[in-house]
Design a protein around this ligand. Structure first.
Ligand SMILES: CC(C)(COP(=O)(O)OP(=O)(O)OC[C@H]1O[C@@H](n2cnc3c(N)ncnc32)[C@H](O)[C@@H]1OP(=O)(O)O)[C@@H](O)C(=O)NCCC(=O)NCCS
Length: 239
């Protein structure tokens, strides 16, 4: 894989997804001792599997990118819970996982946050209940002008975009999602975000492999970024 290079003030972004096929067990031998301890502490086997797969993907891809052994990468955790590479401040990464899917976003030249969500993540009733907690009044008004199906899809898109922004800023849902003001329907734009003085840049879309339900994804970067390309991996084989 070519090393991401920073050019002309534009951040370079790469996106990777790992599809965990049924029954596939990702080995934890590549993880640090601390990560293995954390994995062992999960009560839910599904949550443990996703955590291990996230670190597996991260170590394989970043190790390859940086030309070092996956085990040699030093992944630190900020107080907010945000992981980062302590030896490579010029490279940021972020992970998101849901059900059998792990997504990794890597950025050279800026900070990045990623979120993925299944399109059927919320029922219509759930969406109706959550919307006022996530959307500003203006966004809520716009949502209510859409028909039910469009409204549901637009809300999932809004959700992942706001979460990606808050993950880029390292705050997650400790910050108020209503402080992130979005324009529904757009896929690339800078936003006004009360949680940050600087503009944040978002890209968003859908992905699927034709076999499983599609996912909505969004990345947010602290600098304008190149058009991201997805690289899809199945199990651990093609990494
Ligand atoms: C960040 C947050 C939105 C992630 O929500 P989630 O439903 O688990 O969503 P995702 O699957 O998209 O993301 C999980 C990944 O985000 C990353 N992450 C964790 N905290 C993060 C933060 N504050 N900012 C950015 N990324 C974060 C981690 O890599 C995590 O995966 P891992 O634990 O397997 O390494 C949520 O955990 C949150 O709001 N956290 C608030 C901060 C907090 O509570 N901190 C507690 C002190 S540790």
């Amino acid at each position: 894989m070519a090393i991401l290079r920073e050019g002309d003030g534009v951040a370079q972004v790469e996106l990777h997804s790992l599809h965990l096929r049924d029954g596939l067990d990702i080995p934890d031998g590549m993880l640090s001792e601390q990560e293995r301890h954390r994995a062992a502490a999960f009560r839910s086997a599904e949550a443990r599997r996703l955590f291990v797969a996230g670190r597996f993907l991260c170590r394989r891809v970043l190790g390859n990118l940086l030309g070092c052994a996956p085990q040699a990468l030093s992944i630190a955790i900020a107080l907010s819970g945000r992981p980062y590479l302590s030896d490579h401040p010029d490279i940021d990464f972020n992970i998101s996982h849901v059900r059998d899917r792990v997504a990794l976003a890597i950025c050279r030249g800026g900070l990045i946050g990623i979120d993925i969500e299944r399109l059927d993540a919320f029922s219509e009733t759930e969406a109706r209940e959550i919307m006022p907690m996530i959307l500003s009044e203006h966004e809520l008004d716009q949502m209510h002008q859409l028909d039910a199906l469009d409204r549901h899809d637009a809300f999932v898109a809004c959700w992942v975009q706001k979460e990606a922004v808050l993950k880029c800023l390292g705050q997650g849902f400790l910050a108020d999602p209503q402080s992130v003001i979005l324009v529904p329907g757009d896929t690339t734009y800078s936003i006004n975000c009360q949680a940050s003085d600087e503009p944040i840049f978002i890209r968003s879309g859908r992905m699927g492999d034709g076999e499983t339900t599609d996912f909505q994804w969004a990345i947010a970067t602290s600098r304008a970024a190149t058009e991201p390309q997805w690289r899809h991996h199945i199990g651990g084989i093609s990494l």
